[in-house]
Design a protein around this ligand. Structure first.
Ligand code: NAD
Ligand code: UDP
Ligand code: UDP
Length: 316
C-alpha cells in the first residue's frame, strides 16, 4: 500500500529489542526513518529500546513472528531469532519455528507489500567448515540432528525460503550471513564468549575456556556490522546475497581470553571446561564479495571494540 503523503521510510525490524536489532533501530531512526519494532522479548529486553519509547518515529509491538503479522511498511529487516547457543537450545523447537514459520510470515508480508526484505542469516550455515576462510559458494558442513541443528538448519531453511520467494514471485531479498559480532547491549548471561569472558574478568572469576582454546573465531564490532546491513539494503545494490558480513581477523579463543584479561587488568585465571558438541573448529569470513558489492569493509580493531564493550559491562 502506498501512502498518501510519502516522507521517511517506514521500516519494520523484527527482533528489534535484541542486541543487533536495537543498534540497527538507532541507526535507522538517526537517518530519519520511522521504525516499527516487533519482538516477543524472548531474549531481547525493553531496556535496549527504552531510550526510544517516546520518540515520535518509534513504535513497539510485542508479537511472536511465528504468527502472521499484518502491518504496513516500506522495508523489512528480519532479525528475530535467539542467537546464542544457550538461548537457542533452551527451546529448540521454538527456535526452528522462529526461523522457518517466522520467515514464511515475514516473506508473505513482504510479498503482499511488494517490499524489500533483509534476512539475518549466519555463518552457522557453514557448520564446522572444511573450506577456510568461508566463501559464499561453500555449502557447509552441518550436523542435521545435533544440539546446534535447530539454529543452523532453521537458518538454512530460511535462506531456502528467501531464495524461493525471490525466484517464484520476484521478491526483492537481501540475505546476509553474519559472523560473530560483539559490542554494548550483548546480554550479560547469554553465554557467548566475549560477554562471558568480560563478565568473568570484571568479577575476578575464572575465565572458562571450552576445549583447548585453539578453536578460532573472527569478531566484528557491532557498528561495522550495522553499517554493512544498511549498505546492503541500498537501492543501488542489486544483489540478493548470500553475503558474508563480519570481520576477517581471526583469533583463537585463548587469544581472546588473554586480550580481555589484559584490557580489564583482571586477576582472573584461565580454566578449561568441556567443549560443547559440534563446536566449530575455525571460522573466518571471506569478505571479497562484500567489498565488491558494497565497497564495505569493517574498520574497528578488536582491541578498540573490546574496550568499548568492557566500558559498557563495567557500567552495567
Ligand atoms: P538477540 O537474542 O539479542 O536478539 C534476537 C531478538 O529476537 C530478541 O530481541 C528476541 O526477543 C527476538 N525474538 C526471538 N524469537 C522471536 C520470535 N519468535 N518473535 C519475535 N521476536 C523474537 O540476538 P542478536 O545477536 O541481536 O541476533 C539478531 C539476529 O542476528 C538473529 O537472527 C541472529 O541469528 C543473527 N546473528 C547474530 C550474530 C551475532 O554474533 N550476534 C551472528 C550471526 C547471526
Ligand atoms: N502473512 C502475514 N502477513 C501478511 C501476509 C501474509 O503474516 O501481510 C503470512 C500468512 O500467514 C501466510 C504467510 O505469510 O500464510 C505466507 O504468505 P504467502 O502469501 O506467501 O502464502 P499463503 O498466504 O498462500 O499461505
Ligand atoms: N566459548 C568458551 N568459553 C565460554 C563461551 C564460549 O570457550 O565461556 C567458546 C565456544 O566453545 C566457541 C567460541 O568460544 O568455541 C565462541 O562461542 P560463542 O557461543 O560466542 O559463539 P559460536 O560458537 O556460536 O560461534
Amino acid at each position: 500500500m502506498t501512502r498518501l503523503y510519502q516522507s521517511a521510510k517506514r521500516v519494520l525490524v523484527t527482533g528489534g529489542a535484541g542486541f543487533l536489532g536495537s543498534h540497527l533501530i538507532d541507526k535507522l531512526i538517526g537517518m530519519g526513518n520511522e521504525v516499527l519494532c516487533v519482538d516477543n522479548l524472548f531474549t531481547g529486553a525493553k531496556k535496549n529500546i527504552e531510550h526510544l519509547a517516546s520518540h515520535p518515529k518509534f513504535e513497539f509491538i510485542r508479537h511472536d513472528i511465528t504468527f502472521p503479522l499484518y502491518v504496513e511498511v516500506d522495508e523489512i529487516y528480519n532479525l528475530a531469532c535467539p542467537a546464542s547457543p544457550i538461548h537457542y537450545q533452551h527451546d529448540p523447537v521454538q527456535t526452528t519455528k522462529t526461523s522457518v514459520h517466522g520467515a514464511i510470515n515475514m516473506l508473505g508480508l513482504a510479498k503482499r507489500l511488494n517490499c524489500r526484505i533483509f534476512q539475518a542469516s549466519t555463518s552457522e550455515v557453514y557448520g564446522d567448515p572444511v573450506v577456510h576462510p568461508q566463501v559464499e559458494e561453500y555449502w557447509g558442513n552441518v550436523n542435521p540432528i545435533g544440539p546446534r541443528s535447530c539454529y543452523d538448519e532453521g537458518k538454512r531453511c530460511a535462506e531456502t525460503l528467501f531464495f524461493d520467494y525471490h525466484r517464484q514471485v520476484g521478491l526483492d531479498i537481501r540475505v546476509a550471513r553474519i559472523f560473530n559480532t560483539y559490542g554494548p547491549r550483548m546480554h550479560p548471561a547469554d553465554g557467548r564468549v566475549i560477554s562471558n569472558f568480560i563478565v568473568q574478568a570484571l568479577n575476578q572469576m575464572p575465565i572458562t575456556i571450552y576445549g583447548d582454546g585453539e578453536q578460532t573465531r573472527s569478531f566484528c564490532y557491532v557498528d561495522d556490522l550495522i553499517k554493512g546491513f544498511i549498505d546492503f539494503m541500498d537501492d543501488d545494490v542489486k544483489y540478493p546475497g548470500p553475503l558474508n558480513l563480519g570481520n576477517d581477523s581471526e583469533i583463537s579463543i585463548r587469544g581472546i581470553a588473554e586480550a580481555i584479561i589484559e584490557l580489564t587488568g583482571s586477576k582472573s585465571v584461565i580454566v578449561s571446561e568441556e567443549l560443547p558438541a559440534d563446536d566449530p573448529r575455525q571460522r573466518r569470513p571471506d569478505l571479497a564479495k562484500a567489498r565488491e558489492m558494497l565497497g564495505w569493509r569493517p574498520s574497528v580493531q578488536l582491541r578498540e571494540g573490546l574496550k568499548k564493550t568492557i566500558e559498557y559491562f563495567t557500567r552495567l
